[in-house]
Ligand binder design. Structure first.
Ligand code: CA
Length: 499
């Protein structure tokens, strides 16, 4: 009797559990699948205390700026103590850069961002540390240091990649990027545990995930890298099931696809080039076919892949500068990637048409709140070369101008939030007579959206089999509709709901 009762109870329990899990799976997609990210260089963004260096309190004061734009998540470039202005060589993984604020400021930022439904991910730079990190200082000081094997040492200068090995009195150490950024030794289980401990510390502070710097360089071997990220991801999921990780695998689509075996999300570098080059060349170089091909490739390794799409980041020439200063082309490129499936990442300043080119500092210039650059939040840690006072490119001037990049980005993001087909739909190219028109359909459940762009500066016509009703037009720029025809002006875009 007792055993029968036990079996019955167990079966009922399993039934309830399965029902519950099906429910969770079907209705509770991870938050990041619908996120709209914004990459922030804290130093350049908003200053709260008058020293002209951007800081966490400045970011807190400006949370409504993101809210108004429909940004739902922030990627903060490194905020840990560091020797360099950019922060990619960390000296302490458990503290905040003193120029950016305190741990208390950070806790406030997380709390206030979450109150406004804005998630925060941190840039995690663990391929290497700063040469001034106490681990390395100790490691280099003696063969017997407990941190000796945290880094990669050789008594002789190796012949292979000899330019990547640097001399210290105790031997040669390996540093892929720069002599002052020695690579951590991930073959040492203690290093792997340290990295997990660092991530756990910040997750307990409330962060929602990490952007993984140099994700393909951890080892000189992709399969070992992937294995490590898999281990790291499953560990983090065990403490925070909805944690988001996005890898910087700056490589082709085949290489990125491999990393989906270990990571839920990776930046889509080749797609960004395809979009940028199509807009620059005024003709579609096969953006949608390429994206469909990539999605099939990624899906083979991870059915839940979350494609991180973007135009440019902090390491690349800025969008508007790439297009020789053209605002029309900048808006067009924005209207392409912001209507494609995936998770968009907007690089700060892209939405107001800031310019910038190498050296890197000048891709990361102070964000312009007002055109006169006299806002109390204005940063000024470097004298800008590209974004000068009075050029009209600033938040205050663009908010007022209905035809500004800012207002088109805002409109595109409003539509993206409303129409989930844009972020999660199935995409299909609509064939056109020539490649100066880029047209596609996105479909999710009952929602169908059609997007048409004219990549050329010459007017063009797009014929559709149904009549286009005024009320179904979600977005229109430089174009007009006539029954089933769209007259496309230079660099125009139309987004419509279709029956
Ligand atoms: Ca400051």
């Amino acid at each position: 009797m007792k055993i029968k009762f036990f079996i019955k109870r167990t079966l009922i329990f399993i039934f309830i559990l399965v029902t519950f899990l099906t429910y969770i799976h079907g209705y509770n997609e991870p938050w990041y699948k619908n996120a709209i990210f914004y990459e922030v260089f804290v130093r350049s963004f908003a200053d709260s205390d008058g020293d002209r260096v951007g800081d966490l309190n400045g970011l807190i004061d400006k949370l409504d700026y993101f809210k108004n734009l429909n940004i739902t998540a922030l990627w903060l470039m490194p905020i840990f103590p560091s020797v360099s202005y950019h922060g990619y060589d960390v000296t302490d993984y458990y503290d905040i850069h003193p120029g950016y604020g305190t741990m208390e400021d950070f806790e406030n930022l997380i709390r206030k961002a979450h109150e406004k439904n804005i998630k925060i991910i941190l840039d995690l730079v663990v391929n290497h540390t700063s040469s001034r990190h106490p681990w390395f200082v100790s490691s280099a000081s003696s063969y017997n240091s407990p941190y000796r094997d945290y880094y990669i040492w050789s008594t002789e200068k190796p012949e292979k990649n000899s330019n990547l090995w640097y001399k210290k009195p105790t031997g040669y150490y390996y540093a892929l990027f720069w002599s002052e950024m020695p690579d951590l030794n991930f073959d040492n289980p203690k290093v792997r545990e340290e990295v997990k401990k660092i991530a756990k510390f910040w997750i307990e502070k409330g962060v929602d995930g990490f952007r993984l710097d140099a994700a393909k360089h951890i080892y000189d071997d992709d399969s070992k890298n992937i294995q490590w990220w898999k281990e790291f991801y499953s560990y983090l999921k065990s403490i925070k099931p909805d944690v988001y990780l996005v890898g910087e695998v700056w490589d082709n689509e085949y290489k990125i696809a491999e990393y989906y075996k270990g990571l839920p999300s990776n930046f889509n570098f080749p797609l960004s080039d395809k979009i940028m080059n199509s807009v620059a060349n005024q003709k579609d170089l096969g953006i949608i076919e390429f994206l469909e091909f990539e999605r099939e490739l990624f899906g083979e390794n991870n059915t839940d892949f979350a494609d991180a799409i973007f135009l440019r980041n902090h390491d690349q020439v800025r969008v508007r500068t790439f297009f020789g200063g053209s605002i029309d082309k900048s808006i067009l490129a924005g209207s392409i990637y912001l209507t494609l499936p995936g998770i968009p990442f907007i690089y700060y300043g892209e939405e107001i048409g800031m310019e910038g080119s190498k050296p890197d500092e000048y891709i990361r210039e102070p964000f312009k709140w007002t055109d006169d650059m006299k806002s109390k939040y204005q940063t000024y840690w470097i004298i800008p070369r590209h974004n000068l006072p009075g050029n009209g490119i600033a938040v205050d001037t663009e908010e007022k101008d209905p035809n500004s990049i800012y207002n088109y980005y805002k409109k595109l993001l409003e539509i993206r939030v409303k129409c989930r087909a844009l972020s999660n739909g199935k995409i299909e190219r609509i064939k056109t007579q020539d490649r100066s028109i880029l047209a596609y359909k996105l479909e999710l459940e009952d929602e169908k959206i059609m997007v048409v762009h004219n990549l050329n500066r010459i007017e063009n016509t797009f014929n559709f089999n149904n009549e286009i009703k005024e009320k179904d037009i979600l977005y229109i720029r430089n174009a007009k509709t006539e029954r089933n025809k769209i007259i496309l002006g230079p660099y125009s875009t139309v987004i419509v709901k279709i029956p």
